[in-house]
Design a protein around this ligand. Sequence first.
Ligand SMILES: [Zn+2]
Ligand SMILES: [Zn+2]
Length: 483
Amino acid sequence: MSEVSKSLREDRALTPVELDALFCASASLRRHIHANPEPGFEESKTQTLLRDLLVKLVGIPDAAIRTCAGTGLVADIVGTGKTEIGNVGTPRVIALRSDMDALRMTEGNAALPYRSSNEGVAHLCGHDGHMASLILAAALLNRRAHVLPSDCVVRLLFQPAEEGPGGAKPMIDEKCMDSVDEVYGWHNWPTFPLGQMHVKAGALMAHPTAFEIVIDGKGGHGSQPHATVDPVLTAAHVVVALQSVVSRNINYKDQAVVTCTMIHGGEVTNVIPDRVTIKGTTRDLDADVFELIKTRMDAIVQGTCAAYGAKGSLKFDIYGAPGYPCVENHKEQADVVIGLGQKYLKGRVTEEGLPMMGAEDFSYFLHEKPGCFFFLGGSEKNLTGWSQLGAAGQRSNCGCHNTAFDFNDNLLPIAGILFVRIVESRMGLQLYSEEDLPIPLPSEEDRCEGEGGDRAPLPEAGQAAPPPTGPIVINKGAKRGRA
Ligand SMILES: [Zn+2]
Ligand SMILES: [Zn+2]
């Protein structure tokens, strides 16, 4: 790392070897974080590590870094340049965000040399990669701080608890967005092709809810159903009837989901219980659609329960807080990101798969200031370079939140450099020429169309892959910067 930070301090173009060393440092960081995951609002070791790197590797003075929302961090890269660049109205403060938390899940990647060492907690959504890409971007940006005008700031937001209960809002309450003009963030998506950007203006991700339906009947002997009010039978009809909300009430032009995920009731086979509870989630992209979902669900619960002589109640926000708002990209900023994708990702930009019905608390930042959130695909047909891990030289290509998920390190330079290009484009300046900072894209034959591969086969006991040795090669066979 000291070699890397030494070359970062010098004001000259980084050689390809130095750039590789920087990319490798970000991959090592990603794997270190992967091995040491912490769940939401417990990211204290991660916070300490990031702060240390921001000072020692990136070169940001400690005074420009502050703790936010407990385990989060806000760090400012302040321009020291003299020349006034950009027109009036050009954003002067741009925030770049990464989430920090791991999931409370047990990792299934027995073959990974850097698998989770924190039992029951694992980076299975790729937030380890988001952090490493933001550190990489910070390193590239800060070494050109003298080119940034002195009234310009790039603010790094390391946000805790994205998976819940949400760290964006507490960070905003602690003023992380004060004086920010625009905000950008990204999420890896393992089933989209590596290096392909998925983004659009407007609704990108959904507003989720958690609901509970309680059905009270009258229990009794399983052999005497006529003497009971059966909440099990009633619940079955409620679950079926709820399927009509999306199929018969929501306009086909809108998107929505109503899913029952839990039914609890009864203890033994010969007793009809008094009560059954149903829980589940709804998703929408529009407040009016959500109102309609609530109204229809309530009518179905009340009406169906009444028809069977039972009593029903429906409650939303059962975890005490409303679900994250819908992620809605601002048009001007989304168009800029799309344009940068066209230019630097060689046209690999699409709206396919969007909007997604998953949720993100990045939405709160977008309520404060204009900005854009985008996805970068991580799936490869021929797993190459940094992807070659696991039992049979294979790394899993499976989806986020799968126990065998692992972030694709080939995404680090792509995402890190895109952040740099966003700052340049919005502030109207050039920090690096395309030649000095090429984005290593996969070759055409490595691109994976469609849904991506399945999880890598699990290794036999005692066959865990050895840690990677020697220099890590990105996309073997593909020339850096060439598609
Ligand atoms: Zn997640
Ligand atoms: Zn995530």
